[in-house]
Design a protein around this ligand. Structure first.
Ligand SMILES: NC(=O)c1ccc[n+]([C@@H]2O[C@H](COP(=O)([O-])OP(=O)(O)OC[C@H]3O[C@@H](n4cnc5c(N)ncnc54)[C@H](O)[C@@H]3O)[C@@H](O)[C@H]2O)c1
Length: 319
């Protein structure tokens, strides 16, 4: 591991819980900056790392978090919901844009050697010929996507103006252990299966997504940390596999041993894309990134994790 001291913002969230474990097992010293608005300290219980509880919108918290020789920043903290961003324009903008600029400014001031920004594939690119890639014209459909594109633009500008070595990684639809607070299809369907409720599909089930297992994503993030890249680089971390939501529901019903579990169809939601999957050739070429976990295997691991933790009330109750 190139950098010994890494700040992970949003480390108590779903991806953070998996990434911090990987960074620690790779030998890094980790500090987490999180305001606990969506994350849970219990996700990292028993592990050795530093914590700053604070908001990325607060320059003092950001300065505290970057003090003491942080070499690299992985910026995961975000207002992370496409559908909620429609009704919360100000908060979405403040956290995802102003928060990101605060971090970039502090990182630049302190001479941080690598700044990785968690961006998003489909949300940033919008409706475009598929599969989307780094060459697709970004035209976000949701306020969330617009704020992530804005974050990417600031990363590029800080690379250009202040020579900050930034990388924006556009994540596909990530799933896996610790995702119990997420609102995405995998989490919602598993909760429905465990709770005995109908699976709810918005639309007719033909919408598609590119589902990436969180371990594969974390490999990609760590490869981006360890690889010298041109400042301002943008890369898709995805599988290039297009999966219909109805096929996902069928996979999970089969894994749960309930192939006839009921499905309820509801109206499609505003700001969601009808189809999306991404090409990851550039990440393969520059990082050696290759997702290794087939969807069925990843869903089985996720299902087993949820089943093993189902006794914890927070798992099924919280959103
Ligand atoms: N999960 C996915 O499928 C996916 C896909 C594309 C992009 N992303 C991006 O990856 C990143 C991590 O996603 P996740 O799924 O782990 O989300 P998450 O909601 O599980 O975790 C986000 C964490 O950030 C913290 N946070 C939120 N607002 C904060 C603030 N103002 N200050 C400090 N901390 C704050 C939350 O408490 C939480 O612990 C996000 O930037 C998200 O937009 C995720």
């Amino acid at each position: 591991m190139l950098f010994k001291s890494v700040l992970v913002t949003g480390g108590f969230g779903f991806i953070g819980a998996n990434l911090v474990r990987k960074l620690l097992s790779d030998g890094a010293r980790v500090r987490v900056l999180d305001d606990l608005s969506r994350g849970d300290a219990a996700n990292l219980e028993g592990l050795e790392f530093d914590v700053v509880i604070g908001d990325v919108r607060d320059p003092h918290a950001v300065s505290d978090a970057m003090s003491g020789g942080v070499e690299a920043v992985i910026h995961l903290a975000a207002f992370g919901s496409v559908t909620e961003s429609v009704g919360a324009l100000g908060d979405n903008f403040d956290v995802n844009v102003r928060g990101t600029v605060n971090l970039l400014q502090e990182a630049s001031r302190r001479g941080v050697k690598k700044f990785i920004f968690a961006s998003s594939g489909g949300a940033v690119v919008g409706r475009a010929p598929l599969p989307v890639s780094e060459d697709s014209l970004p035209r976000p459909v949701s306020p969330y996507g617009a704020s992530k594109l804005c974050g990417e633009a600031y990363c590029h500008a800080f690379a250009g103006t202040f020579a900050l070595p930034t990388v924006a990684l556009r994540f596909a639809n990530v799933y896996g252990p610790f995702s119990y607070r997420k609102r995405g299809a995998v989490t919602a369907f598993i909760k429905a299966l465990l709770g005995g409720h109908p699976i709810v599909i918005y639309g007719d089930g033909s919408a598609t997504r590119d589902f990436l297992f969180v371990d594969d994503l974390c490999q990609g993030i760590c490869a981006a940390l360890d690889t010298a890249l041109e400042p301002g680089t943008v890369l898709h971390l995805a599988t290039s596999v297009e999966t219909a939501i109805i096929a996902l529901a069928d996979e999970l019903r089969a894994i749960a041993g309930r192939p006839c579990h009921s499905i309820r169809f509801e109206e499609p939601r505003a700001a969601e894309l009808s189809r999306n999957f991404a090409n990851f050739d550039r990440a393969r070429r520059l990082l050696g990134f290759v997702p290794r976990t087939p969807l069925t295997a990843g869903l089985e691991l996720t299902w087993r994790w949820f089943r093993a933790h189902a006794a914890a009330p927070r798992l099924l109750d919280e959103n």
